[in-house]
Design a protein around this ligand. Structure first.
Ligand SMILES: [Zn+2]
Ligand SMILES: [Zn+2]
Length: 345
């Protein structure tokens, strides 16, 4: 009987469907938290990669899933990652390995030791098949830079690698849920500063405070950029125009005045609550240039600090100020989200 490529059964539950067609069941490994990686099939999507926790969110029959970044809608199977496809292929090749060796032996008429002797007398040729060892299978590569968000609508516990806009199961807008999860992380660091000052000293706690301020500004920048990108797409800019506009925005969202200029220019947006933007501005200005200048205090900062001292203003940021800055950031981003995006998908 002709030997097949795969033996039926085994760990991959191989089924022979006839005509050299086989069905193999390959289970994609979960990460150590029980999450499974997914990848958006839309080639223009970035970062496209995310994870979901099976058993949370929509359980039972699910016809379509969504990309958290671009809301591409497709069958759940279409979100298989390149790494998972590679893994599945490697597993199949490994399983086929034994079958291929048997087929080669059969085709060449080798004996059970994989040998055959041709001719005899003066000239003889001996063939010898040495089966190679199957390649070890690598597990899918998983990035450690992750953010976990639980959807308030369907409870899906998902991991994203950028700011998520949509829930991957129900497709609802979860952008503000994600922003508040990021704020909660900064708040946890902030609330730990007192303990770290006791354990590690004032130099460390002062740096912690500066880092919390930096992180707050970065969050504001990332969230404003994400809202801007979405609003540009929504008003019908093609992807090239979106990129051109975002390039012009550059790092403007690190500065409150420049943020307002850009939002006005792009969307005609003028904040109704000016006091909150002014507060953001004065906190943003307290970023300590030492942190990002390898310890060299820049002259401008010193001048500004001396000026503030003469006027009796505090130049250094306090924990309470960052606490209210985080509240202000959430409010400003929420307003921006409802004003320039609205409730459109
Ligand atoms: Zn996508
Ligand atoms: Zn959901």
């Amino acid at each position: 009987m002709k030997k097949g490529l795969f033996k039926e059964g085994g760990p991959l539950e191989v089924k022979n469907l006839g005509n050299d067609q086989y069905h193999l069941t390959i289970t994609i490994p979960k990460d150590r938290d029980g999450r499974i990686a997914r990848e958006c099939p839309n080639s223009e999507c970035s970062p496209a990669y995310f994870k979901v926790t099976p058993g949370t969110g929509i359980t039972g029959g699910q016809d379509s899933a969504f990309c958290p970044y671009c809301r591409h809608e497709a069958e759940p199977n279409d979100f298989t990652t390149q790494e998972q496809i590679r893994y599945a292929k490697d597993m199949a090749i490994r399983e086929a390995h034994g079958g291929v060796n048997e087929m080669v032996k059969d085709a060449l008429g080798l004996d059970s030791r994989g040998k055959r002797k041709f001719g005899g007398g003066l000239l003889s040729i001996e063939m010898d098949l040495k089966p190679s060892q199957p390649k070890p299978v690598r597990r899918p590569f998983e990035d450690e830079v992750r953010r976990d968000v639980v959807c308030p609508h369907c409870t899906l516990d998902q991991t994203v690698f950028g700011l998520a806009a949509w829930c991957s199961d129900c497709g609802e807008d979860i952008f503000l849920t994600h922003v508040s999860a990021e704020i909660a992380v900064i708040r946890r660091m902030l609330n730990d500063i007192g303990r770290r000052e006791q354990d590690l000293g004032r130099r460390v706690s002062a740096k912690d405070l500066e880092n919390c301020l930096e992180d707050s500004v970065s969050l504001f920048e990332a969230a404003s950029k994400a809202v801007t990108r979405r609003a540009l797409k929504q008003r019908g800019d093609d992807s090239e125009a979106v990129e051109v506009n975002l390039k012009k925005v550059g790092n403007s969202f690190q500065n409150v005045d420049r943020s307002r200029e850009q939002l006005k220019k792009l969307f005609g947006y003028e904040p109704t609550n000016r006091a909150i933007w002014d507060r953001l501005g004065s906190s943003f200005e307290k970023r300590h240039p030492v942190t990002h200048n390898l310890g060299v205090v820049d002259k401008k900062y010193l001048e500004r600090a001396q000026q503030a001292e003469r006027e009796g203003r505090e130049v250094r940021i306090t924990e309470a100020e960052i606490e209210s800055l985080l509240k202000d950031i959430f409010q400003v981003i929420s307003e921006l989200h409802s004003e320039i995006i609205g409730n459109v998908r």
